[in-house]
Design a protein around this ligand. Structure first.
Ligand SMILES: Nc1ncnc2c1ncn2[C@@H]1O[C@H](COP(=O)(O)OP(=O)(O)O)[C@@H](O)[C@H]1O
Ligand SMILES: CC(=O)N[C@@H](CCC(=O)OP(=O)(O)O)C(=O)O
Length: 283
């Protein structure tokens, strides 16, 4: 009996958060670094399902940089990054699209569907809902900066109770263009802004943003981020992630969090407890 009361209490504790987020869109950036073990993937699916069943509208934008690099290594193609973003030759673009839109997108969709959500996988090429331009072709090749996101494709899926799963590939504007490889963090924030998300959560492989002594920074402002970037404390893949958080909150998303996707159910801890986890970015 005591255990049963505890269970009910846990549910009641979550009630104010369920009320707060019911019918709200929450964008989850599911980083390649958080898609490691089969067990973690299962927990991720359970978290999404729970959100979905209590009336939250989850939208997933996934990464998969580590899998692209693995495949390029196997093909003896060098992986090159500048400021945390991959240099995308035509050849790399083909592999990136195969891994992101083909392998990873479909794996996440199948996983969610087998748990009982109605997931649909798309990339920005579907209905050309995300278009991009070259970031700097001479430097990065087919790595794109997002030009526009047409929200209707995603909002229609949400309205029909689907869980959209988005691969970070954008369409080019000219006829026959091979498309653009988009950093998944930036893709998530542009999508979040366009569809009026309430919250964006980045699941990655660190407890959040860490300082020089590897301690967790629970909140960070734009000015603090600038300092940490300029002294190199924030580097590599964390650069586009903090930029994406700022982009999202400046674009009207209420909250942006970077949390540890290696901890089971970290998303639920963030959503349904007062303490929260990881780093929250504020203006
Ligand atoms: N200040 C920092 N705090 C935490 N992680 C950082 C920091 N600076 C750089 N990083 C790196 O950023 C990585 C997360 O980015 P990335 O590898 O692109 O992950 P994801 O696949 O989730 O997008 C961390 O594993 C860490 O190596
Ligand atoms: C332009 C650029 O860097 N694109 C990324 C897209 C995937 C990604 O961002 O994956 P993570 O979120 O797992 O890092 C890449 O090619 O690796």
């Amino acid at each position: 009996m005591k255990k049963k009361i505890e269970t009910v209490k846990t549910l009641l504790d979550a009630l104010p958060f369920i009320k707060e987020f019911r019918d709200e869109i929450v964008v989850i950036k599911y980083g390649g670094s958080a898609q490691t073990s089969a067990q973690l993937k299962e927990k991720f699916a359970e978290d999404i399902l729970l959100m979905y069943l209590v009336g939250i509208k989850p939208v997933i934008v996934h990464g998969g940089g580590s899998k692209i690099t693995e495949m390029l290594d196997a093909l003896n193609i060098e992986s090159k990054f500048i400021e945390g973003q991959r240099v995308t030759t035509k050849e790399v673009m083909r592999i990136a699209e195969m891994i992101l839109s083909g392998e990873i997108n479909k794996e996440i969709v199948s996983l969610l569907n087998s748990h009982g959500a109605k997931a649909i996988g798309v990339s920005g090429k579907d209905a050309h809902f995300i278009t991009a331009k070259a970031k700097d072709f001479a430097k990065w090749g087919l790595t794109g900066n997002i030009n526009a996101v047409k929200p209707i494709v995603i909002t229609k899926l949400i309205a029909d109770n689907f869980v959209p799963v988005i691969a970070p590939i954008a369409a080019g504007e000219e006829m026959g263009h091979p498309g653009f490889n988009i950093n998944a963090d930036l893709c998530a924030s542009y999508v979040a802004k366009a569809i009026g998300a309430n919250k964006i959560i980045f699941l990655t492989d660190t407890p959040g943003v860490l300082n020089k002594d590897k301690e967790l920074l629970e909140t960070l402002t734009r000015d603090e981020i600038e300092v940490l970037k300029s002294d190199g404390t924030i580097h590599g893949g964390m650069v586009p992630k903090v930029d994406a958080c700022l982009e999202a909150i400046e674009g009207g998303v209420n909250k942006a969090h970077i949390i540890d996707g290696r901890i089971e159910h970290s998303m639920l801890l963030e959503l349904f407890t007062t303490e929260g986890v990881g780093t929250q970015i504020i203006l």
